[in-house]
Design a protein around this ligand. Structure first.
Ligand SMILES: C=C(O[C@@H]1C=C(C(=O)O)C=C[C@H]1O)C(=O)O
Length: 93
């Protein structure tokens, strides 16, 4: 039992590391989008794009047998942080 628990926890740690690295890459992209938007006087948030992303992610979650409501909550949480960054970039440019 102990060996199996340790093996599973090793995998969980690897997955958590991958999530952190993927999020870091995503934020690198969204920071660039924030600068593009600020340079072209576009608003920090794009609700139409967000609605499309949420619909897409919910479908992906369903296919992957992940709770779509959880997937939506997670994406909404991430996007809120991105918009906060974009507002900061817009204010400072
Ligand atoms: C990154 C963008 O800015 C905002 C953040 C989004 C995101 O994190 O996916 C999506 C839409 C925008 O509200 C964008 O417009 O593409």
């Amino acid at each position: 039992m102990r060996a199996e628990l340790a093996r599973l926890r090793d995998s969980i740690d690897n997955i958590d590391a991958a999530v952190v690295h993927m999020l870091a890459e995503r934020f690198k992209c969204t920071q660039q989008v924030g600068h593009l938007k600020a340079n072209h006087q576009l608003p920090p948030a794009d609700p139409d794009r967000e609605a499309r992303q949420i619909a897409r992610l919910r479908q992906l979650a369903e296919n992957a047998k992940l709770d779509p409501a959880f997937a939506e909550k997670l994406l909404t949480f991430i996007i809120a942080e991105v918009i906060r960054h974009h507002e900061t970039i817009a204010k400072s440019s």
